[in-house]
Design a protein around this ligand. Structure first.
Ligand code: UD1
Length: 368
């Protein structure tokens, strides 16, 4: 009998992580991968479009667990995923990343003694005011198997006393997603279609609560982007959280007037096409720090800390204060792209994940 493996995904960055693993698992004769969509992200442009780009089937299970606050979101996924596990008990639950759905599914499965593997384990920003840091700490402390993207993550887990038998360095599965779709991304030509000058324009993304939920912080970000747009083209795909705040704080119009190109959320292929053609990227996203490092494109991260320090030590990332955004981005635009090879960021992380599961398969033989 095949091992039933739930791949749980809820928010936009999760879909790129389960995609490559799904495609590897489905090739085997011993695993039955089943996609569980929690419903945390629900708009077509934050969810469905990624399933299409990544050539994934429709989710096998949709929990429709859509809550507004952290507690609601977590509780709704917890309740709904517990019910699914009770009726369709998996042999393994794989959770990815650090969003509320990750924590909730992990908790529900572990309370039912289901084996849980966490993909992208061990990352730490040290900033416990960020909800993602709390999710990472909690998930790593109870998951059975911790798949890490880089050596710093292994060191964090060792420092927290996690036995090495639970940790496996598999690499960065986001890079697998890029490699899988690289041909489509390179031929998508979004920058040309938008009239952007290759390697001369800036891509901006911003969605962290600390940057966008506070009127003063978001006002400062907008002021910097308006200044930047006076010197270079800026393309800004706007996250729904950010759009809501820009409208609420009446900041949207000043971006438009300054000539910032405001875009709806893009598909994965479109977004990576935009990033690939850019001269520099300004962001507060985790995944974008990784993708720019892989591509050798200068990245400015508007945060005080990062859980992905390898993107600074071996990649192209730099942390910036909000009031430095304009000057730092203009300087970054003058930098050459550079090759940077981060160990295990080679498009083969999902193969290592599958091998890791296969080698442990017999230990999780189906119960009844
Ligand atoms: C969540 C993750 C964050 C991740 C981000 C990627 C947590 C704690 N946060 O933040 O780590 O970087 O996803 O996008 O899990 N909305 C829509 N349509 C959608 C999704 C969201 O309109 O499909 C709007 C809703 O108004 C929602 C708001 O955006 O209330 C924020 O969404 P939410 O999932 O709460 O958090 P994100 O900011 O997306």
């Amino acid at each position: 009998m095949k091992l039933r493996i739930h791949l749980v995904a809820g928010a936009r960055p999760n879909f790129m992580k389960i995609g490559p693993v799904y495609h590897e698992l489905v090739k085997t004769d011993w695993a039955q991968p089943l996609i569980v969509h929690t419903g945390q992200h629900f708009s077509a442009d934050m969810s469905d479009v990624f399933f299409r780009d990544l050539q994934l089937p429709l989710p096998h299970y949709h929990l429709n667990a859509r809550g507004d606050s952290h507690a609601q979101q977590t509780a709704m996924v917890l309740t709904a995923y517990e019910a699914l596990c009770l009726s369709e008990r998996p042999d393994w639950t794989i959770v990815v990343g650090d969003v509320n759905s990750t924590l909730a599914a992990c908790l529900a499965a572990k309370k039912l003694n289901i084996a849980v593997a966490h993909l992208e384990a061990g990352l730490r920003s040290g900033d416990r005011t960020m909800p993602e840091e709390i999710n990472r700490l909690a998930v790593d402390s109870i998951s059975d198997l911790l798949w890490t993207p880089s050596a710093d993550a292994d060191a964090n887990l060792a420092h927290e006393g996690v036995p090495s038998s639970r940790i496996q360095l598999v690499g960065n599965v986001m890079i697998d997603a890029f490699c899988l779709l690289e041909a489509e991304i390179r031929s998508a030509g979004l920058p040309e279609k938008m009239g952007l000058s290759r390697c001369r324009y800036v891509v901006a993304t911003m969605h962290r609560p600390a940057n966008v939920d506070d009127a003063v912080a978001l006002g400062n970000v907008v002021g910097q982007l308006v200044g930047l747009a006076g010197h270079t083209q800026v393309a800004f795909p706007v996250h729904p959280r950010t759009k809501k705040r820009l409208l609420e704080f009446r900041l949207w119009d000043s971006l438009e007037k300054a000539g910032v190109t405001l875009l709806e959320p893009l598909s994965y292929v479109e977004f990576m096409s935009l990033v690939e053609g850019s001269g520099a990227v300004l962001t507060d996203s985790g995944g974008v720090q990784e993708e720019t490092s892989y591509l050798g494109i200068p990245c400015l991260t508007a945060r005080d800390s990062t859980e992905r320090p390898v993107t600074i030590s071996l990649g192209t990332n730099r942390l910036v204060k909000i009031d430095e955004i304009k000057e730092s981005t203009l300087l970054a635009l003058e930098q050459e792209r550079r090759n940077c090879a981060i160990p295990y960021w080679d498009g083969r992380a999902s193969k290592r994940v599958v091998e890791s599961l296969r080698s442990r398969g017999e230990h999780s033989a189906r119960r009844g």
